[in-house]
Design a protein around this ligand. Structure first.
Ligand code: 13P
Length: 251
């Protein structure tokens, strides 16, 4: 089980330090649930200093698929690795929507993350119109199969998938536990097909989209929901701690 806080384009350097420190204080050591935070790039190093030595893991929100070179403004997997990152979010719907990411660029980014020993948190999910048209399973299956093309893993701990229905992100509207479970079961089936029974069964499949203290327990109790990718509620230390506590109860 993994509870991951995606801070998106929020916090400046001092508030990132404060929030990271509050997360560290609220997480037990050792903790039965993995906890990770994903600050903005500019705060990665400062947050690493705050959480270093605690069970809280660090992740970045994006990565370029190359290693070094003339790509102004970009940050690569070896750079993130050297800054203390364990995870990186790849293919978040906001990046697909606003920054032109495609299944193909997602595939390159996953490959580079793996080659540099970062664990990709691969985001998939359908729009409301795709769900209304009954195409949500087809969309998610395409995103996973195309994103993972040619990717190999040694164990299920080397990959995370996050199902984030776009209509549930930042809207206050969550998928019902049944809708989440139905999609997660399909994702589990595809992952077993791609990576084999052992690794495919061990990959954490996170749910994301308006997860809050009030709905976390129910979502996390679904058999194929292996954690949460939290946006808005990860910016409030008490709310994030409450979701971590719900996860601890669910394991
Ligand atoms: P919210 O929790 O704000 O809906 O965001 C979800 C998300 O996009 C996490 O990556």
């Amino acid at each position: 089980m993994l509870i991951a806080g995606n801070w998106k384009m929020n916090t400046d350097l001092p508030t990132a330090r404060q929030l990271a420190s509050a997360v560290v204080s609220s997480v037990g050591d050792p903790n039965p649930v993995r906890v990770a935070i994903f600050p903005p790039m500019v705060s990665i190093d400062a947050v690493f200093s705050v959480i270093h030595g605690s069970p809280v893991l660090l992740g970045a929100q994006n990565v370029h698929d190359g290693e070094y070179g003339a790509y102004t403004g970009e940050v690569s997997a070896p750079m993130l690795r050297s800054a203390g990152c364990h995870y990186v979010i790849v293919g978040h719907s906001e990046r697909r929507q606003h920054f032109g990411e495609t299944d193909e660029t997602v595939n390159f980014k996953i490959a580079s993350s793996r080659a540099n020993r970062l664990v990709p948190v691969v985001c998939v999910g359908e729009t409301l119109s795709e769900r209304d048209a009954g195409r949500e399973k087809q969309i998610v299956e395409r995103q996973i199969r195309a994103g993972m093309k040619g990717v190999a893993i040694g164990s299920g701990l080397e990959m995370v998938v996050a199902y984030e229905p776009i209509w549930a992100i930042g809207t206050g509207r969550t998928a019902t536990p049944e809708q989440a479970q139905e999609m997660h079961a399909l994702i589990r089936k595809i992952l077993i097909d791609l990576f084999g029974k052992t690794s495919g069964s061990d990959i954490d499949i996170l749910y994301g989209g308006s997860m809050k203290p009030g709905n976390a327990a129910e979502l996390l109790s679904q058999p194929d929901v292996g954690g949460g990718l939290i946006g808005g509620a990860s910016l409030k230390a008490e709310d994030f701690a409450a979701i971590v506590a719900a996860a601890v109860k669910a394991v």
